[in-house]
Design a protein around this ligand. Structure first.
Ligand SMILES: COc1cccc(Nc2ncc(-c3ccc(C(=O)NCC(=O)Nc4ccccc4)cc3)c(OCC3CCNCC3)n2)c1
Length: 334
């Protein structure tokens, strides 16, 4: 049958999204009962985009952060690549904003701090996202945001990559230098997109919009947009510092994390470092060791290899259960 490689490991449910070359299905991890998102890509359909998937998978193995969707396991067969990913039960931020028309400043601030935290973290790891938009920001059960890169746009910023040529992302959120095909720095383009995102959170619509692409491009390159009456002075100033057409005069991520609008009620800069510890969790190791009939030392050695196989996904999902205050227990198979 279809997806034979997942049998016994995951129970597949409905499709929750599809784009270009990927389909995402809801699944259940058999051993923990936890929900996962299973991103299924067809290698033939990917064609020469396959290396980009490999780059993304290697990147995700190192991106471990409280506001980035976690990769749990990778399964590769002749025809397919499966990415087993963190499932976000509350769906896309896009739908949340639409449902509320627009967000009040203090709610927008909480979300925007989480977005800045995730982006500052991937920049610190040498990546630029390049497709920041509400559809790529998902909500978990505690209304926390998780950044994803559904369309494979995130790129390492090293070497020739520094001046990226490939146009990527959705035009309405794309920086002027990105759409003018000039050389650009990915992280600077991300700052512009975050300015668009903040405007969308506070206004419920986009600062630059037009159904005709050439007109949209002209508006973006003009850098001129309207501020509705409900915006505070502070938020208007912040957005104007991010929506600078010239990337050199744009705010940097380091300036952003301690900007007064962001630190308004906490008076501390945005916490962007990962909360995940490098050490293994004792309770999870013990539960896995009992289940697989191994000593704790043997299980610790196996898990530490983080092969992103079923053992890695079982460890991470047990850890998720523990962090959500649920019992650190595996469901015993018949
Ligand atoms: C309640 O109803 C709903 C309704 C909607 C969604 C959900 N939940 C739900 N949870 C999880 C996912 C998911 C997570 C990660 C990836 C991914 O591709 N990761 C790769 C990745 O993030 N790289 C990366 C990240 C940062 C830097 C560098 C690389 C793909 C999909 C999902 O997808 C559905 C799509 C649908 C189309 N728009 C985008 C989301 N949906 C639930």
């Amino acid at each position: 049958s279809q997806y034979a490689e997942l049998r016994g490991l995951y129970h597949l449910r409905e499709t929750i999204g599809s784009g270009g070359f990927a389909k995402v299905k809801l699944g259940y991890h058999s051993l923990t009962g936890e929900k996962v998102a299973i991103k299924i890509m067809d290698k033939r359909a990917l064609g020469d985009d396959l290396p980009r998937v490999k780059t993304e998978i290697e990147a995700m193995k190192n991106l471990c952060h409280q506001h980035i969707c976690k990769l749990y396991q990778v399964i590769e067969t002749e025809q397919k690549v499966y990415m087993i990913l963190e499932y976000c039960p509350e769906g896309e931020l896009f739908d949340y904003i639409v449902s509320k028309d627009r967000l009040a400043e203090d709610e927008a601030r909480i979300f925007f701090r989480q977005i800045v935290s995730a982006v500052a973290y991937i920049h610190s790891q040498g990546y630029a996202h390049r497709d920041l938009k509400p559809e790529n920001l998902l909500l978990d059960e505690d209304q926390n945001l998780k950044l994803i890169d559904f369309g494979l746009c995130a790129k390492p910023q090293g070497g020739m990559e520094n001046h990226l040529y490939t146009c990527c992302g959705s035009p309405a959120y794309a920086a002027p230098e990105l759409i003018s095909g000039k050389e650009y720095i990915g992280s600077q383009a991300d700052l512009w997109s975050m300015g668009i995102l903040l405007y969308a959170l506070l206004c419920g619509y986009l600062p630059f919009d037009d159904e005709k692409i050439p007109q949209l491009y002209k508006k973006i390159q003009s850098g001129k947009y309207e501020n509705p009456p409900w915006l505070s002075e502070e938020s208007k100033t912040l957005m104007s510092r991010m929506l600078q057409v010239d990337p050199q005069s744009r705010l940097t991520i380091k300036q952003l994390i301690s900007h007064p609008w962001l630190t308004k009620d906490t008076n501390v800069p945005v916490e962007w470092r990962s909360k995940y510890k490098r050490s293994l969790d004792e309770d999870c190791i013990t539960e896995l060791a009992v289940h697989y009939g191994k000593t704790k030392a043997e299980m610790e050695r196996d898990v530490t290899q983080f092969k992103f196989d079923y053992l890695t996904s079982s460890y991470f999902l047990l850890l998720e259960k523990k962090m959500k205050g649920r019992p650190v227990r595996l469901l015993h198979q018949k």
